[in-house]
Design a protein around this ligand. Sequence first.
Ligand code: 5AD
Ligand code: SF4
Length: 439
Amino acid sequence: MENNLKYFIITLGCQMNKSDSERIAAMLEKRGYQPAAKEADADLIIMNTCSVRQSAMDRVFGLAKNLTEIKKKNPRLKTVLTGCVLPEDFKKTQKMFDYILSIKNLAQWPEYFGQEQFFQAFDMTQKDCSYFNQKPKYSNSYSVFIPISNGCSNFCSYCAVPYTRGPLVLRSHKEIMIEAENAINNGAKEIWLLGQNVNDYNDKGINFAKLLKMINELPGNFWIRFTSPHPKEFTSEMIEAIARSKKMTPYFNLPMQSGDDEVLSRMRRSYKIGEYKSLVKRIRAAFSSQRQGLEKELALSTDIITGYPGETRDQYISTLKAMEEVGYDMAYIAKYSPRPGTVSSWLPDNVSQKEKDTRWKYLTQLLEKTALAKNKKFVDETIEVLIDEQRKDVILGKSRHFKTVKIRLPKDSNENFTGQFVKAKITAALPWGLEGDLA
Ligand code: 5AD
Ligand code: SF4
């Protein structure tokens, strides 16, 4: 079925949005749309946006202006805004797009396209993630995103997700298993289990620990990764499952957000920093007792927000100290950005931009130090790397510890390595990655 129409998707934000875009693409192609090479060639442009920080929405407003220009050249062009849109931005963006559509109603999109315009206020109470049943068009077949849940019911004070994606809705474990099996049969080397809060997963007695074990037992040579867990309710069963499931890579992200109890409490994070640190110790101990060689060492990343309303210098220093003590391999450090409608948006955003910049700079400098120290442990080791990019004389990919590895290729090499596991001998460590030679 070809309809002579071309689509182009712009995706902002996290892996969940990237995964959603794969379902949008598949739905459109089923209805005859063809992918466009660039925005200017498209008859349908879909902006799949993010609301976690204001900067992403600012990009939407910027891009919306370009869309008006492209429209002048192609009057057939229709534009869609979807993804994580806050109710406040819904009103502002109506004049800029032809359609504003909830991803949860993906199956109905073609009906809406029959109308001149359609704006659908996202129904936050909609407890449905049946759009996951749309078979995706994976961006690549070797590293595959599999959503296990949608939304979040935690309402951390600063976070837009409960207002954009709605309450936590679980995907059935049977569907997840079918998607994982299919992906592996089609050559997937890496499975990413996605959810805003994976350890809240429990479908008919199958909790996240059990789900992980079931995927680990699927035959095949593949890695398992997931993102993201919440430090609360990180049970012993989960720790055991992660450490014992050998296909689970020794890396994950464990958001800390702040190293200060008072800030954590105001963020509604429901753990104290002492509890977070002892959780990390228990997880590290489990890896060290269950695994061999380099696998004993867990690589950990985190999310930090700096400049939360009322965060004092001392409280920021507590975060600096906690980061140093945990010793992260990587951290996603964000400057606090008020999101309209969230609990903390009512608090004055009273840490100045200059102060946020300074705190961010020192947190990043510390990270550079701990990340480099962690990376040095890999020098002279031979490690497995899943290649995702091939250039003229180098290939790049990620190791099991989620390190970016740059590998020099021999001069006469004309093999295609993308999507393959290769072995690399590490020769140098940098703060943000490793370098090596093909082993
Ligand atoms: N301001 C800054 N960072 C935020 N994050 C979420 N909401 C905000 C906000 N309002 C960060 C958190 C979260 C990550 C996905 O984005 O650290 O874990
Ligand atoms: Fe947002 Fe908190 Fe839910 Fe994570 S757990 S998505 S930070 S509300």
